[in-house]
Each structure stands twice: as C-alpha cells, then as structure tokens.
Design a protein around this ligand. Structure first.
Ligand code: NI
Length: 214
C-alpha cells in the first residue's frame, strides 16, 4: 500500500486472507484506490471485498475491469502503454511477461507492470514478469526512484535475472518482492540485496507489514 502525503491510500495486488505471511485482514484496510497488475488469485486476492467495503476504484486493464464491473465494483480501465493522471498522481501500465486469468477462469487481458508517479517520486512495480529487453526502455522513459522487482522464480524472474533487470531499469533503490509465499518461490532476499549492492545500487528488504518513507 502506498499512502500519499495527502493521505490517499493506494493498494496494489491485495492478497491477504489466504496469504499466511500477510499481517492484515481485508476488513482492516481503508483505501481509496486498488491497482491490479493481473487477475491471478495471489494478486486479485481480496480486491472485491476490499473495494466494496471502501467504495474504492480499481485501476487495471480493461478486460479485468470489465470482470470487476459486473460484480458492482467501481473501476478505471486502462491498457498497456497508457497513462492517466489521477488526483494522487500519474499511473502508467507497462509490459509484463506473464499470463492473466481470474481464479474462476475468466480471461483477464494482458498482465501489466505499473509506473506510479506521486509528487517528485516515481515507483515501478513490475507485477509478475520474466525478464525482457524493454525493461531498459521503461527505465529510460521514466527516471525510477523505487523498483519493486519479483525474485522468487518459477512464475517470475529469479534472483539472477532480477539483478540484471535492476541494472537495465537503473532505479535509485530496488525492493525485492514475490518470494517465500509458496514453496516453489522460496528465495533469499539477502542474496538479491548482495548482488544489487555489488552492482553499486541500493536495496531495501521490506518485511510483511513494514512501512518505509520515500
Ligand atoms: Ni501471476
């Protein structure tokens, strides 16, 4: 969750109830926006419940927005490469090499990463993705301060690929994500951090529930 200085709360991929590592339950959250990178169960997660409780707007690709609209959720549909200026800042959906289908088998459109600019800070949440050459372009189009990068392997990049991906995007700070939730994506974030620091960049490892100021 991102909280702006104006106290707008933006949740990304809220997978809580069935996530043993999540320190919060869906009912404990107050949010205005939810951004979804794709429709898989460990990303769509508790979106419907949280969005209904908060009358929140869900920002995602149009196929997934259509699915959520039918459930009575307020949505803002976008597509890969498109950007929109919301009250809190600018959101751009970017390529992610991944699939997207809801847990009940509905096609979710293309999987996405998201570049979020709030004030003078830019955050790039990669979503679930394998490594690809145009990561370099994403880093050229926007100067990235914080890059949240998957390291768990199996469904996404592993640590070795994630270190190369960070070198391509050149963020000020890299934050590892998408690891240790399931047995097939066990990874040691310290190994990732060591690789990032060897390449002369900064890495911050966040624990579940931890807050940092950016
Ligand atoms: Ni996924």
């Amino acid at each position: 969750m991102l909280t702006t200085v104006e106290n707008v709360r933006i949740l990304i991929d809220p997978f809580l109830l069935r996530n043993e590592l999540a320190p919060l339950k869906p009912g404990e959250l107050k949010v205005e926006y939810i951004i979804l990178t794709h429709a898989h169960g460990d990303h769509l997660g508790d979106t419907v419940e949280i969005a209904k409780q908060n009358d929140a707007t869900v920002i995602c690709v149009s196929e997934l927005a259509n699915y959520l609209s039918k459930k009575g959720i307020r949505t803002h549909a976008m597509q890969i490469g498109g950007a929109f200026r919301f009250s809190f800042g600018r959101v751009k959906l970017v390529t992610a090499l991944h699939g997207s289908m809801t847990p009940d088998g509905v096609y979710g459109g293309l999987a996405a990463g998201v570049v979020i600019a709030i004030g003078d800070k830019t955050i790039y949440h990669c979503g679930d993705t394998g490594i690809f050459g145009d990561l370099r372009l994403i880093g050229e189009l926007d100067s990235i301060d914080y890059m949240l990068v998957p390291i768990g392997g199996n469904y996404t990049m592993d640590i070795a690929d994630a270190i190369v991906a960070v070198e391509m995007v050149k963020p000020r700070i890299a934050i590892p994500m998408h690891y240790n939730t399931f047995p097939v994506i066990v990874a040691d974030p310290e190994v990732f951090a060591e690789g990032i620091r060897k390449a002369g960049r900064e890495c911050v490892i966040m624990k579940p529930g931890e807050t940092i100021e950016i």
